[in-house]
Design a protein around this ligand. Structure first.
Ligand SMILES: C[S@@+](CC[C@H](N)C(=O)[O-])C[C@H]1O[C@@H](n2cnc3c(N)ncnc32)[C@H](O)[C@@H]1O
Length: 243
């Protein structure tokens, strides 16, 4: 691991109130190496420059603590829908080893990559599963079983809520990671959130170190059990978003 990598990772995590030890820094660096290596043969990410990976993938993923704090994450169950190359789920798992994480993606090649990463990094209590959120959300092994569901760069709020809310226990939280101006999307998605038993509780806007682009985390609390009608069959949440 280079000093530059360790310094940047430590500094940016530190600014979030997360103290990473040497083993965790090694895990982040190995993850970065695997990402770049495997990206040569499969499409995992457009961001490959070391400093950008740290800020735009790792630190961005860890920003969940801005909303939830660090204490609230210990020992919780977390579902990451449409995790792709593992964001935000894997950085959260590295930083908070006691989290119990499930990574879900509809592209099997990516899921195999995630399994390799978990094995290489020696991560425990984390599983990567292949399938669509609309199907898993109906499976009783996953339905309303998680304290938290997170998702980054997968769909607009209305569609994404139908993907994610079914996984969250009553009293738990769904937290979408969003970029840019979100007011319109929030307005358009509010009704879907309500239909699915949720309530928008807080919006945390922030910028990443050294960047101007606006990022947002939305905390949506699950207030009541979801109707058996949802999620609708695969494809419908994006084709005909609830409104
Ligand atoms: C743009 S990528 C984002 C990946 C990662 N969350 C990130 O922020 O880098 C979107 C991912 O969502 C997955 N995806 C899209 N629709 C899905 C669905 N209905 N169920 C599960 N995964 C889905 C895709 O396969 C893809 O890997």
């Amino acid at each position: 691991m280079t000093d530059r990598f360790a310094d940047q990772m430590k500094r940016e995590a530190g600014e979030l109130g997360i103290a990473l030890n040497g083993g965790q820094l090694e895990q982040f660096f190995r993850y970065y190496e695997l990402l770049v290596e495997r990206n040569k043969v499969m499409n995992l990410t457009a961001i490959t420059e070391e400093q950008d990976v740290v800020t735009k993938h790792f630190t961005d993923s860890l920003s969940l603590v801005k909303l939830m704090g660090t204490e609230a994450l210990a020992g919780k169950t977390l579902m990451d829908v449409g995790t792709g190359a593992g964001f935000p789920g894997i950085p959260l798992k590295i930083a908070f080893p006691e989290l119990k994480v499930t990574l879900l993606d509809s592209l099997n090649k990516r899921v195999r990559f995630l399994m390799d990463v978990c094995e290489e990094l020696g991560l425990e209590n984390i599983t990567a599963v292949h399938g669509r959120a609309e199907d898993f959300g109906r499976n009783l092994q996953y339905r309303e079983r998680f304290d938290m569901c997170v998702s980054r760069a997968v769909a607009n709020l209305a569609s994404l809520s139908e993907y994610c809310m079914p996984f969250v226990k009553v009293g738990g939280d769904f937290v979408p990671y969003k970029s840019g101006e979100i007011e319109e999307e929030l307005e358009a998605g509010k009704r879907a959130v309500k239909i699915l038993g949720g309530e928008v509780e807080q919006v945390e806007k922030f910028t990443l170190p050294g960047a101007d682009a606006s990022r947002s985390l939305i905390r949506i609390r699950k207030m009541k059990a979801i109707s058996g009608k949802y999620p609708r069959k695969a494809g419908l949440p994006t084709k005909e978003p609830l409104h």
